[in-house]
Design a protein around this ligand. Sequence first.
Ligand SMILES: [Zn+2]
Length: 304
Amino acid sequence: MSSHFRAIARHTVFPVTLVAMLFVGDRILEGAAPPESVIVIWFGLMPWVAFLERVLPRYADWNRSHGDLLTDVIYFPTNLVIAGSLSALWAVLYLKAAIALQQAVGSPLWPSDWPVAFQVIFACAVAEFFSYWPHRWMHENAFLWRFHSVHHSPSRVYWLNGIRAHPGEHVFRGFLSGIPLAVLGAPPEILAWWTILTRVGGLFQHANIDFALGPFAWIFSIGELHRWHHAAAKEECDHNYGDTFILWDTVFGTRHLPPDRPAPEEVGIRGLAAYPKSWWGQIVAPFRWREIEARSGGIAERSV
Ligand SMILES: [Zn+2]
């Protein structure tokens, strides 16, 4: 790719993709299909993001397997089933909580009279708050880090490892992050727009695509911002906790995007060389932490 074309591509791939997906979402919501159908956007975007990684890679070496591809391929269906099952379970609890809360307050909690755009922004801000803190706790609490370390263990960042997470993290974060929108009674249309934004942002969060953030560096927690989150050095990794947006990192002072240097190619968990690469090894890793540390030749930077 010529340098001129690459420069144009760097600045356009994300905004063009975002606008295109918002347009597709609008068409879906205007049609007869149920609002939850917008999830097809997520699956439809995957091959596009994988293609962009090939033609516009941030780090060429991250496009080859580091012994992690099979593990990620296993995580994909298993976590979809686990997350889906847990969501169904949590939904029952949320519904009971929502009914109890609305009865106590005596009126609908969701601001349905607001313009749709403001409702969507409100939904994103509220949901992110309940995602930001559990994520941050998983970094700051050594026991929770044992579970979250699964997500940080790969030595590269690419689109497929976005779904790599320990089932224990799904239980913890999935339960907390689903609370606000369900309990407040967000309408299906608003949930659909929130889903579109979070799915597009989610895929560009881990994508090994060399794209410029521009003004989106103050909106989405994606690309270069999230590569800093995967930095091997603990002091740099403990930033940019936003699940899709960078709002609460900006508010709470954990936004990290040095203007003078790029996010490092060295990602993963420093000092934990013996961390297992297999799916099962990672599932049981939180319960064998001392053993992994011992085999790594010492204590990891984050030890219980
Ligand atoms: Zn993290």
